[in-house]
Design a binder for this molecule. Structure first.
Ligand code: F6R
Length: 260
């Protein structure tokens, strides 16, 4: 896992966005895995800036979102469909038919989840997956205890997640209790992973993800199993890491490393 500790949220967002842009520039029909929540908003702003100012082209890009709340229609302001439209899609040129977001209103969740997995395969698999991390260590909505080989499925959200996400709703009772989420196994199949996290509230989860044992109790720790995982965090989110000197040392020495 490559650990990048950045001075600010803006810096980490820009660096993470650059990795995504590199993939699109190398492969114009790249398949992107997308996340919602506060963490990737800066990354999406930077991708929009690159699209508008530098011509970053999404016309052949295909996207798959990690998750969606069960019961919220696409036009609900707290749905992840709505979030993606507002925070990214309306400002870039990705064709509507290339966008995939789990349905929160399907009549058959099992069939939908199978179709979603199948669709990812048909599109050639995810080239780069953007992730955030929950304060309980989840990636997507793979709450503590989720199998590390889990696939896209219906999940019951943890109380902690419901409380964390209540800030987006009028009251905590309005937060949906269930979600459709890609599994940890689905996420691990992406060719490259990019996780962004900021703020002190994430410090414990970030330390467990990077330095703790691989465990289904912190599903983000599964990133340790991935050969090409990049983590971008700010100073606050990095504050509980014990190997801080080593991560700084690696970043300092990286430019002088022999080309592989
Ligand atoms: C959202 C998602 C979640 C969030 C996580 C952090 O699609 O998959 O795992 O990334 O809950 O949320 P924020 O960024 O709002 O702190």
């Amino acid at each position: 896992m490559e650990v990048n500790i950045c001075k600010s949220y803006e810096e980490l967002s820009k660096k993470a966005a650059q990795l995504v842009a590199d993939v699109i520039n190398q492969k114009p029909n790249a398949v992107l895995g997308l996340a919602t929540g506060s963490s990737p908003v800066g990354l999406y702003k930077e991708l929009i800036r690159m699209h508008k100012e530098e011509g970053l082209d999404f016309s052949q890009v295909v996207t798959f979102n990690l998750d969606e709340y069960v019961g919220l229609p696409a036009d609900h302001p707290q749905s992840y469909h709505y979030f993606m439209e507002e925070n990214l899609f309306k400002d870039i040129n990705v064709p509507k038919e290339n966008i995939h977001i789990p349905s929160g209103t399907t009549k058959n969740y099992k069939a939908f989840c199978e179709w979603y997995e199948q669709r990812i395969k048909e599109c050639g698999g995810i080239d780069i997956q953007i992730l955030g991390i929950g304060s309980d260590g989840h990636i997507a909505f793979n709450e503590p205890g989720s199998s590390l080989s889990s696939r896209t499925r219906l999940k019951t959200l943890a109380r902690q997640t419901i409380e964390d996400n209540a800030r987006f709703f009028d009251k905590v009772e309005d937060v949906p209790i269930y979600a459709i989420t890609m599994g940890v196994g689905t996420i691990l199949e992406a060719r490259r992973l990019v996780l962004v996290a900021n703020g002190e509230k994430k410090a414990d989860a970030v330390a467990k993800m990077i330095e703790g044992p691989v465990t289904s109790m912190i599903t983000a720790s599964a990133l340790q199993l991935h050969p090409d995982a990049h983590v971008f965090i700010d100073e606050d989110a990095a504050s509980k890491l014990t190997m801080r000197d080593y991560y700084d040392w690696i970043q300092e020495k990286k430019p002088g490393a022999p080309v592989q």
